[in-house]
Design a protein around this ligand. Structure first.
Ligand code: HEM
Ligand code: HEM
Length: 159
C-alpha cells in the first residue's frame, strides 16, 4: 500500500515537533526530581510532608516521559523508513536507541529507590543526567536533519 505523497512529506515534521515538546517535559521532570530530593533531605517537617506529593508528580511525569520517548523514537524510525525505504545508521539513530536503553535502566531502579536504596538513587540521577545530555545532542542533530529535509523539499519544488 502506498501512502499519499502529502502524508509522507508532512509526517516528517511531526517527530521533530513532538521531540522538542518532549525535551521540555524532560527538563520539567528534572525540576520535579530535584524537588523530590530537596523535600526528602529537608530537616524541617513541614517541607518533609511535601515529599509524597512531589514524588507522585515526578513519577507521573516520568512515566509519561518513558512512554512518549519510546513511541517518539519508533515514530522517527517509521517516518524515516516510509520516506527513504531504509534507515540511516548514523549518530541520530544510534544515540536515539541508546537513550531508550538508558531510560529503561533508570526506571528499573524505581523499586529499589522505594526501599530507600541510595545507590539506586544516585544511579537514577546519573543515568538521567546522561539521558538529558543525549537528548540535547539529539535536538542538535535532529534539527540539522530537519533543515536538510526542508532544503531538499524546497529545491525539488523549484525544479
Ligand atoms: C529527566 C529524567 C529524570 C530525572 C532528571 C530524575 C531525577 C530524579 C531525582 C533527582 C530524584 C530524587 C532522588 C532522591 O530523592 O535523592 C528522583 C526520584 C525518583 N524518580 Fe526520577 N528522574 C527522572 C526520570 C524518572 C522517570 C522516567 C521515572 C519513572 C517512570 C522516575 C521515577 C522516580 C521515582 C519513583 C523517584 C522517587 C524515589 C523515592 O521513592 O525516593 N524518574 N528522580
Ligand atoms: C528535538 C529533538 C529532535 C529532532 C528535531 C529530531 C528530528 C528528526 C528528524 C528530522 C528525523 C528524520 C525523519 C525523516 O527522515 O523523515 C529524525 C529521525 C529519527 N529520530 Fe529524531 N529528532 C529529535 C529527537 C529524537 C530523540 C530524542 C530520539 C530518540 C529517543 C530520536 C530518534 C530518532 C530516530 C531513531 C530516527 C530515525 C533515524 C534514521 O534512521 O535515520 N529523535 N529525527
Amino acid at each position: 500500500m502506498e501512502l499519499p505523497e502529502a502524508v509522507k512529506t508532512w509526517s516528517q515534521f511531526f517527530h521533530p515537533a513532538f521531540m522538542w515538546i518532549l525535551l521540555g517535559v524532560s527538563i520539567y521532570t528534572l525540576y520535579l526530581g530535584i524537588q523530590v530530593r530537596k523535600t526528602r533531605t529537608a530537616d524541617n517537617s513541614e517541607e518533609k510532608k511535601q515529599r509524597k506529593p512531589k514524588r507522585d508528580k515526578h513519577y507521573t511525569f516520568g512515566s509519561i516521559l518513558l512512554a512518549l520517548l519510546v513511541i517518539g523514537n519508533l515514530g522517527g524510525m517509521g517516518v524515516t523508513y516510509i520516506n527513504n525505504g531504509k534507515l540511516f545508521v548514523g549518530p541520530h539513530l544510534l544515540v536515539g536507541l541508546s537513550m531508550l536503553a538508558v531510560v529503561t535502566a533508570s526506571v528499573a531502579l524505581v523499586p529499589f529507590m522505594e526501599r530507600e536504596n541510595n545507590l539506586a538513587r544516585n544511579a537514577h540521577i546519573t543515568l538521567n543526567v546522561v539521558l538529558l545530555g543525549l537528548f540535547s545532542w539529539q535536538a542538535i542533530t535532529g534539527t540539522q536533519i530537519l533543515l536538510k529535509i526542508i532544503g531538499s523539499l524546497t529545491s525539488s519544488d523549484a525544479a
